[in-house]
Write a protein that binds this ligand. Structure first.
Ligand SMILES: Nc1ncnc2c1ncn2[C@@H]1O[C@H](COP(=O)(O)OP(=O)(O)OP(=O)(O)O)[C@@H](O)[C@H]1O
Ligand SMILES: [Mg+2]
Length: 244
């Protein structure tokens, strides 16, 4: 069965080039937005989009932390600016595809970097009105600059709107074993092998993504390749299913 209500996290690994600072992966972003548009035009489902930091947010935080012991006000603003730049790229392509996207930067709806401490009413309002709300991992100034993770926002929103589906779209097929083969299902006992530490990720990467995903009450939770998002949306068994 396809998704009636879905939260889609567009991973920074998918929509940016994580090895190059401030670089959008336009080909991949275009492709994934085409799939979302195809699904939106064909089915009457509710969609919330969340995106990650990739070579924008994660890179900025790493750059700043090399020079400063904390993320101060100026640094917070720099991270926010870089994330807004990426968000505008996402919004631009969504709007060009005829998708009624509405942007909700996390620093405007969240009080701290705990995703439980956000006001999701504007997102729910837009969702109920037939728009496609978009938010993203961001920097929030709360005594000092703190990073709120797009993965946390996705899980929290999935629980608040009672989504049946929660999909984390990435640049890999799903959770891979040490040989690079796809694991079809993981439960809480699964011990993941990290196969690639080279790319930066200041919010915990793939291990924390899985641990966070276990906290969603959605019945269909997957980590999957952005190339197969449409297949997952229409109910096909792709990527790694998270069983909680
Ligand atoms: N065992 C594994 N299975 C799958 N991916 C793995 C594994 N070990 C490491 N990875 C890496 O985890 C990455 C996905 O997590 P990562 O947090 O970097 O991406 P993301 O969440 O899409 O990006 P962002 O945090 O910017 O939104 C993959 O690109 C892959 O290189
Ligand atoms: Mg990540």
């Amino acid at each position: 069965m396809g998704c009636n209500k879905v939260v889609i996290k567009l991973g920074g690994s998918l929509i940016t080039d994580k090895s190059n600072p401030h670089t959008v992966n336009w080909e991949s972003l275009n492709d994934v937005i085409d799939q979302i548009a195809r699904f939106h035009n064909k089915y009457d489902s509710k969609i919330v989009l969340v995106h990650g930091g990739g070579s924008f947010g994660h890179y900025e935080v790493e750059r700043i932390k090399k020079n400063k012991s904390i993320i101060d006000k100026v640094a917070t603003s720099e991270i926010q600016e870089s994330m807004l730049t990426l968000a505008l790229a996402v919004i631009k392509l969504l709007v060009n595809s005829g998708i009624p996207a509405s942007l909700h930067p996390a620093h405007t709806i969240c009080n701290t970097n705990n995703a439980k401490n956000c006001n999701y009413m504007p997102i729910i309002r837009d969702l109920n009105n037939g728009l496609i709300p978009v938010t993203y991992g961001d920097a929030i100034f709360d005594n000092e600059g703190k990073i709120i993770s797009g993965d946390d926002l996705s899980v929290e929103i999935s629980n608040i709107i009672n989504s049946d589906c929660l999909f984390f779209a990435t640049d890999v097929e799903g959770i891979l074993d040490e040989k690079g083969n796809l694991i079809k299902e993981v439960n809480k006992n699964y011990k993941i092998t990290i196969i690639n530490r080279a790319q930066f990720d200041v919010t915990g990467g793939i291990i924390s993504k899985i641990n966070k995903a276990f906290n969603s009450k959605s019945s269909n939770i997957r980590i999957l390749s952005g190339k197969k998002l449409f297949n997952a949306l229409i109910g096909e068994d792709v990527g790694t299913r998270i069983i909680n």
